[in-house]
Design a protein around this ligand. Structure first.
Ligand code: MG
Length: 370
């Protein structure tokens, strides 16, 4: 078995500003697991959520420090990798977990979601597209640009602006007005979601609540900053939940199954992102558990390429709110294979994760570990 790690650049067509800062480009890692002539590929990279973060270089160093031949483990039996994966950071685990599951499903010659018995017909869902923070004019022109690219019916508006709740209120009403005009002109059903990325307090959220209701906001994501103390973190959601008339969704506060179980009584949904969860093995467990507990699942992304989003799309049949739009805002996404029809995504048709890498981007040397 040979593991190769290769960095590659992802550049956004339109930089994205959220409450914690602006991103215009990132470096991600391709993780290739080569065994008996079959190759599985994964994608990973650094990210941060305000209270926890990882650098891409550190993730690469972790993966390069893995034991040679991964201790002789057999990729036909992904369960055998559990203890090795458990020792890694979530993004390092994610890269290897995806490569391993891609290899395993390719070896079995089926799409991964099929091996998991998920139904792709129910998986065709509209992805939300994201409007970052900015001036009212810039945010409205970003919305128009999305509509020139695809008939987006789910709009996710980032709030929690450093300019304060007054600016958030202006953006909210301006975008809600634009959606209303579009509804009248095109007769298109449109949904407005709000993600404050932890930019609010309980008090400021409650003060904005009448505006969120008036603007028909369909869900509210992570209004409060994630608290490193899990008890305090849960208490924030518990204080808000009874007074939140729309679904309340945890993102930065919910990384793994443990967070999900802790937050379940106080939220209506969780945002699963593979870099946070440490890959699809934990993501599947979280999605199934969330549904069993009566919660809805959002599938989210950071500045991810088409492989991470294609991997998350394996879980579309278990999701209610796909939010897998980052690859649609890239100038140089090297991955192909995630089907998009209008604004509706479905799980990739190909075997494994169903995602391939553009050969033109595969000319840089890789660091090998065998
Ligand atoms: Mg979010």
């Amino acid at each position: 078995m040979l593991i190769r790690i290769r960095p590659f650049r992802l550049t956004k067509a339109v930089p994205l500003a959220i409450s914690r800062g602006t991103t215009s480009a990132v470096t991600h890692l391709e993780v290739r697991l080569d065994h008996e002539g079959l190759v599985g590929i994964g994608e990973t990279g650094g990210f941060e959520t305000g209270h926890r973060g990882y650098e891409t270089d550190a993730v690469a160093a972790e993966l390069k420090a893995l034991p040679p031949d991964l201790g002789g483990l057999d990729p036909r039996m992904p369960q055998a990798f559990e203890s090795l994966l458990a020792g890694l950071s979530p993004p390092a685990r994610c890269g290897l977990d995806l490569a391993l599951l891609d290899w395993w499903a390719r070896w079995l010659n089926r799409p991964l979601w099929q091996l998991w018995g998920l139904q792709s017909e129910t998986g065709q869902l509209a992805t939300s597209v994201t409007l970052g923070l900015g001036t009212v004019g810039a945010v409205l022109s970003r919305l128009e640009r999305w509509w020139t690219q695809l008939p987006a019916s789910r709009i996710k508006l980032k709030l929690g602006s450093s300019d304060g709740p007054g600016h958030d209120r202006l953006l909210l009403h301006a975008v809600a007005g634009a959606l209303e005009r579009r509804r009248e002109e095109h007769g298109q059903p449109l949904e407005l979601q709000v993600d404050a990325n932890g930019g609010w307090t309980v008090e400021s959220t409650l003060r904005l609540m009448p505006d969120l209701v008036r603007c028909g906001v369909s869900l509210l994501e992570q209004p409060l900053p994630p608290d490193p103390d899990p008890r305090h973190d849960s208490a924030g959601f518990a204080a808000l939940h009874p007074q939140c008339p729309m679904p309340l969704v945890a993102d930065e506060s919910c990384w793994d199954l443990e967070d999900l179980l802790r937050l379940a009584p106080h939220v209506d949904g969780i945002n699963i992102k593979l870099l946070k969860s440490g890959g699809l093995s934990e993501g599947l467990l979280m999605a199934r558990t969330a549904r069993r507990l009566g919660l809805s699942v959002m599938l989210g992304c950071y500045s991810d390429g088409g492989l991470l989003n294609g991997a998350a799309a394996q879980l579309l049949p278990l999701a209610r709110w796909p939010d897998l739009d980052s690859h649609l805002n890239l100038l140089d996404d090297p991955f192909r294979g995630l089907p998009l029809q209008g604004d509706r995504l479905s799980p990739p048709h190909g075997i494994g994760l169903g995602i391939t890498m553009d050969s033109r981007t595969r000319d840089e040397p890789a660091d090998a570990r065998s």
